[in-house]
Design a protein. Structure first.
Length: 289
């Protein structure tokens, strides 16, 4: 009963995050991208191009493209996307037209650098939250998977090619400046996604070498609640055998651990490197990979 209740709470949390992220991404399209002819690539960018050319509703056109892609994806790839992707796609595309035609949301700013920055940050943050909650927008990632199967290219490269084709098409109609601003916004958005998924929640791996390894390992385990792995290594210069401690810690603990290490052993040697993909007890759950 308790496990079932916890699972329901997690599901509700995921759908709350998906809804909030989809609404935020729709606002970034309506408030910053579309009015300034900035394209984020993919089907949304294509819908923005058609909106300015023949005045079609962005959300409806984007939903149409995404639906066709998901149908073809289902036939070619099988059911590789789930209910969360369908839900997010519906909320995102419907929200675009609702905000634009019924809620009266329009251009927030005509200053292009501001539009690029805030459009990129909001869309990138939204996509990161959607990925974190286990969803996607069900658009060009489906086409990318098809290209990967038949052309043998990576998903990342396939997505880049599709986005570049859309942005270049927009540049052909809107001119070079919207093209350049769109490329900058795509870069900003990808950086925000990377920072949110691999930065805020990133962990650090610490390599510690010390003659007082017993005290240090005890401090890490008992005082900080961190697990440790120990093995022996031989110094290339001295030829001495030393105990090496490896542990993974959240970024916020690094400074306090560094102070503790120097207090226990002023001659301690340690190295810290990033390790964003740490899963298990005390870290991220594997289901969010």
């Amino acid at each position: 009963m308790i496990l079932r209740k916890v699972k329901k709470i997690e599901i509700l949390k995921d759908y709350f995050l998906l809804t909030a992220a989809a609404l935020t991404m729709a606002f970034s399209v309506v408030g910053f991208m579309a009015p300034n002819k900035i394209m984020d690539g993919g089907f949304t960018g294509l819908a923005i191009i058609l909106h300015h050319m023949i005045h079609t509703p962005i959300g409806t056109v984007a939903l149409g493209f995404m639906s066709v892609a998901m149908v073809f994806g289902y036939k070619i790839l099988g059911p590789s996307f789930g209910i969360k992707t369908i839900y997010t796609t519906l909320v995102f595309t419907v929200s675009i037209d609702f905000l634009s035609h019924f809620a009266g949301v329009g251009r927030v700013t005509s200053d292009m650098p501001l539009a690029v920055f805030y459009g990129g940050v909001l869309s990138g943050l939204s996509m990161a939250v959607i990925f974190y909650a286990g969803g996607s927008t069900g658009g060009t990632d489906v086409l990318a998977a098809i290209l990967k199967r038949y052309l043998g290219i990576t998903l990342g490269r396939a997505l880049m090619v599709i986005d570049l084709v859309v942005v270049m098409a927009g540049g052909a109609f809107f001119g070079p400046e919207p093209l350049m601003y769109s490329l900058i916004m795509i870069f900003v958005g990808t950086q925000v996604i990377d920072f949110f998924l691999n930065g805020i929640s990133a962990s650090k791996r610490m390599w510690i070498v010390s003659d007082r390894w017993e005290e240090i390992s005890e401090m890490l385990i008992r005082e900080l609640g961190r697990g440790v792995t120990m093995f022996s290594g031989e110094g290339g210069y001295t030829g001495e055998t030393k105990k090496i401690i490896v542990t993974y810690v959240p970024r916020r603990y690094v400074t306090s651990i560094r102070r503790e290490l120097h207090e226990l052993d002023p001659d301690v040697f340690f190295a810290v490197d990033p390790s964003s993909g740490v899963y298990g007890e005390g870290f991220k759950h594997p289901r969010h990979d």
